[in-house]
Structures are given as C-alpha cells and as structure tokens.
Design a protein around this ligand. Structure first.
Ligand SMILES: *[C@@H]1O[C@H](CO)[C@@H](O)[C@H](O)[C@H]1NC(C)=O
Ligand SMILES: *[C@@H]1O[C@H](CO)[C@@H](O)[C@H](O)[C@H]1NC(C)=O
Ligand SMILES: *[C@@H]1O[C@H](CO)[C@@H](O)[C@H](O)[C@H]1NC(C)=O
Length: 199
C-alpha cells in the first residue's frame, strides 16, 4: 500500500465517523405508528365484558411511558415502548392460529402483521434503547394467559386493548417525539414546537 492510499482509507474512516455522530437519534415515523394503530383498532369491536377478569393478570405497566416528554431521553423511552411492545406482541397475532372465539378476519390480521413488521424494520435502531425488564413481567403474564386454551381468546383481547391504549397515549400525549411525513406546517425544531403546544 502506498502512503496516499493509506491516507485515503484514513480519510474515509474519519468522514464515516463524522457522519455517524451527525446522524439524528433513532427516529420513528408517526404516520406508520398511526397506521398500525388503525389496523389494530379495525380488527374487531370493543373489549368483551366477559374478559374483564383477565385484566387482573394482564395490566400494562403504565409507568413504562413517561408522564411528560420534555427532553430527548424521555422521547426515546416513548419510542422504545411503542417499538418494543409491538415487537413482543406482533407474533402473538398469528392469523393461522387465532384462539377459538376470536372472530377477526384473517386478512385484517395479516395486514396488521405486515404493517407491524414494517415498523419493526424501520424502528430496529430502537431495540436495546430501553430496559427489557420494564415490559418482561407483562409479556410473560400475557404468554401464560394465551397458553391456556380457555383463556387464550380473552388474553388476546386484553393484549389488543392494552396495545391500543399505549399507541393512543403515545400518539396523543407524545406526538412530537415522532417524525411526521408532512412537515410543511411547522419546520421549527421538535422541542421548540413541543413547548409552544404546551401553552
Ligand atoms: C391469574 O394468575 C394467577 C396466578 O398465575 C392464576 O392463578 C389465575 O388463575 C389467573 N387468573 C386469570 C383470570 O387468568
Ligand atoms: C401478572 O399476574 C399477576 C397475577 O398472577 C399479577 O399480580 C400481576 O400484577 C401481573 N403483572 C402484570 C404486569 O400484568
Ligand atoms: C400536508 O398538509 C397539508 C396542509 O395541512 C394538507 O393539505 C396535505 O393534504 C397534507 N399532505 C399529506 C400527505 O398528509
């Protein structure tokens, strides 16, 4: 290797590092999250009353989502909770093995799964951002209820209800943590926008 080529390689390594430093922290598209929410919502009707007892065993840890998102760390936590919950829950919505008693259209379940997969790919840089211990007890309870034949349907209903409320809460209360395709309305930095909305 000549000295010039060594220098060229060094320069490339340095500019790559500069690019990495300048890259924005892992974003997540709000439009995609919204679309996943709508597909999940449109699967079926309201939470069945006879499934209410299962809420005792399936209660999403509300503390996982920060109450306010005043800074980037809190926004990262919101995005991670959205990403991680959908990653954990997605495979539980298997259109070929829906529990008896769940009458959702297979096509709709497939559509939800496809969109959820897309979100999983787009948000893959979020994996590992949060601590898995926050959601693990919840999902192990969900798994336990899903594994019992007579409770599986209610377990899936409860999981869907919880996911919907997590997505709604994130989209409504932490809207500015997401990136939105349509940015023509407001081009100010996200944190500034957030502050003026709070008034
Ligand atoms: C909730 O979990 C407890 C302990 O694992 C179990 O005994 C109980 O049957 C469960 N209740 C329901 C409604 O699944
Ligand atoms: C898990 O189930 C137990 C009962 O078996 C319940 O006491 C606990 O609150 C549940 N935890 C979550 C996070 O749902
Ligand atoms: C973007 O916003 C403008 C004005 O609010 C609206 O007219 C337009 O339909 C939006 N475009 C998309 C793709 O949402």
């Amino acid at each position: 290797m000549t000295l010039t080529s060594v220098l060229l390689v060094l320069m490339q390594v340095c500019s790559l590092q500069l690019m990495l430093v300048a890259m924005p922290t892992c974003p997540l598209e709000g439009d995609l999250v919204q679309s996943v929410h709508h597909l999940l919502r449109d699967l079926g009707g309201p939470f069945p009353v006879h499934c209410l007892p299962y809420n005792a065993n399936i209660s999403f840890p509300s503390s996982a989502l920060p109450a306010a998102t005043a800074n980037h760390a809190e926004c990262r936590q919101v995005l991670w909770v959205v990403y991680e919950s959908l990653q954990e829950a997605g495979p539980m919505f298997d259109d070929e093995e829906l529990p008896a008693g769940v009458t959702w259209e297979r096509k709709k379940v497939q559509k939800f799964r496809m969109e959820q997969d897309r979100l999983g790919e787009e948000g893959s840089c979020l994996s590992g951002v949060g601590s898995s211990g926050v959601l693990a007890p919840y999902f192990s309870n969900v798994t336990a209820v899903l594994q019992q034949q007579d409770s599986a349907a209610c377990g899936l209903m409860a999981l869907r209800k919880d996911l919907l409320s997590v997505l709604e809460s994130a989209l409504h209360h932490h809207r500015n943590c997401f990136t939105w395709r349509n940015t023509t309305e407001d081009t100010r930095p996200r944190l500034l926008r957030k502050r003026s909305h709070a008034h």
